[in-house]
Design a protein. Structure first.
Length: 460
């Protein structure tokens, strides 16, 4: 083979890789509208108001006969969605790694979540149980889909490109969130001009996020490709029918994944740190609008404007922190972001009620560190995953991602239930950032990458 042929083949491979990366970015573009418009802005306050309409004289609702303070129902629903995801994700992740067929599984999970989100249009009156059920389905489906989406990263980007590719994916997501939030803000503020009630405007915004999610998911499904895996090839050699081994039930598969991770204790150490500090990040994202509306007395238009500011600044933050990682390394950059998160929460505790300027400043601080801390965590973890175990390991990673955390919302909800104060609930989340920081400091990431069998980048 002559040198020109080799160069042409390398150029074609690079072009195909870039095409697949662009398709990969578009799943963040598709699904981030759910995380922004639904989980962060509209559903928390709206579902809380629906639960309050259904509450008894003491302010409690009674799902399945269990007394729950109406103000805690949304947080508990988020926590329950993670329990469902914990049962499903390891099962799907192992099936994806063994079969090599990630794309149809990604499509199935995405469209289940999109359908549940679109169904939120029917969340009216005092139907808080319907809202909780749709939230649980959508959140669990989003968790499964994001696990499969993230597991593509080490396959579509060589080590030296992963920080940049991961950061661009997050930037695409925040750009989509900003665009749709502008439309949501126009509809919500001018709902009378459009001839709809405030409640109907919120329900339209919720349903439109599901339609957006489902529509733009077509692009990554057309661009991404499945790859044969070592597990699938081994199964084919031992099973003449070509069938792969049956995957264990969810909890057994999760236990098997954790046992395999014990062979890579440094990977497990990083994952533990990530699960803890990202619990805090995701809980702040999902509960900030409840804190702003219930504790600070801010209107929905102010909350939407603040989240829009987060989205706009998060695009620059994700790309900017990606550049910082090239200079200082991903680990140091993440540690700096955790210090910033701690300071931001402490400031939020002292914000006076009815002070939108302070809330906007807080939103700006969150936006600058939000996208980068998540994008760099994803790319750093991708270096620590043993080859051929991408989906299975990312199933554990995803348990704490995109608002799927359960310890944080549980702590937030229990703290509010015990104290009746959203200020106490929000400051309780500081513990996740402090513990996560201390655990991450102790992880020798270069050794962890080598132990996982992956090449070590020059700057990490």
């Amino acid at each position: 083979m002559d040198i020109d042929t080799v160069r042409t083949a390398a150029s074609d491979e690079a072009a195909e890789r870039r095409r697949e990366q662009r398709g990969w970015y578009f799943y963040d573009w598709a699904c981030s509208v759910y995380s922004t418009s639904v989980l962060t802005v509209f559903l928390g306050p709206y579902l809380t108001s629906v639960a309050k309409r259904a509450a008894d004289a003491d302010g409690y609702v009674h799902p399945l006969g269990i007394p729950v303070r109406a103000g805690s129902f949304f947080a508990y629903s988020v926590s329950l969605s993670v329990i469902v995801a914990v049962l499903v994700m390891p099962l799907v992740g192992a099936a994806a790694d063994r079969s090599g067929r990630k794309k149809p599984l990604l499509g199935a999970a995405a469209y289940v979540g999109a359908a549940a989100t679109t169904g939120m249009f029917f969340l009216g009156g005092d139907r808080y149980l319907l809202g909780g059920a749709l939230l649980i389905v959508a959140n669990a489906a989003q968790s499964v889909a994001m696990m499969l989406y993230n597991s593509y990263l080490p396959q579509i980007a060589p080590p030296e490109e992963r920080d940049a590719v991961s950061s661009r994916g997050w930037a695409f997501g925040y750009a989509a969130g900003s665009l749709v939030l502008v439309v949501n803000l126009v509809l919500y503020l001018a709902h009378d001009s459009f001839g709809v009630s405030e409640s109907m405007a919120v329900r339209i915004c919720l349903a439109s996020a599901g339609l957006w999610w489902g529509g733009f998911t077509l692009i990554p499904l057309l661009r991404l490709r499945d790859r044969p895996t070592a597990a699938r090839e081994a199964a084919a050699r031992t099973d003449p029918t070509g069938r792969t081994a049956r995957t264990a039930p969810g909890l057994r598969q999760l236990a098997a994944t954790v046992r395999d991770m014990r062979r890579h204790p440094l990977t497990l150490s990083f994952l533990l740190a990530y699960l803890i500090y990202n619990d805090g990040i995701q809980t702040v994202i999902s509960q900030a609008s409840v804190y702003g509306s219930e504790e600070l007395g801010l209107g929905q238009s102010t909350l939407i404007g603040a989240v829009l500011l987060v989205q706009v600044l998060a695009v620059a933050g994700a790309l900017g922190m990606g550049r910082l990682a090239r200079t200082y390394g991903a680990k140091r950059t993440i540690l700096g972001s955790l210090a910033a998160w701690t300071l931001t929460l402490g400031t939020g505790y002292f914000l006076p009620a009815g002070a939108p300027v302070g809330f906007f400043l807080l939103a700006a601080a969150i936006g600058l560190v939000l996208g980068g801390s998540q994008a760099l965590s994803r790319s750093l973890f991708s270096h620590l995953v043993p080859p051929g175990k991408e989906a299975e390991y990312f199933s554990a990673y995803e348990m704490s991602d995109r608002g799927m955390s359960w310890l944080g919302p549980l702590l937030f909800g229990v703290t509010y239930q015990l104290t009746g104060s959203y200020r106490d609930a929000i400051i309780s989340l500081v513990v996740f950032f402090l513990v996560g920081f201390l655990l991450l400091v102790r992880v020798p990431v270069r050794q962890a990458i080598g132990d996982a069998g992956n090449p070590v980048p020059e700057k990490i």
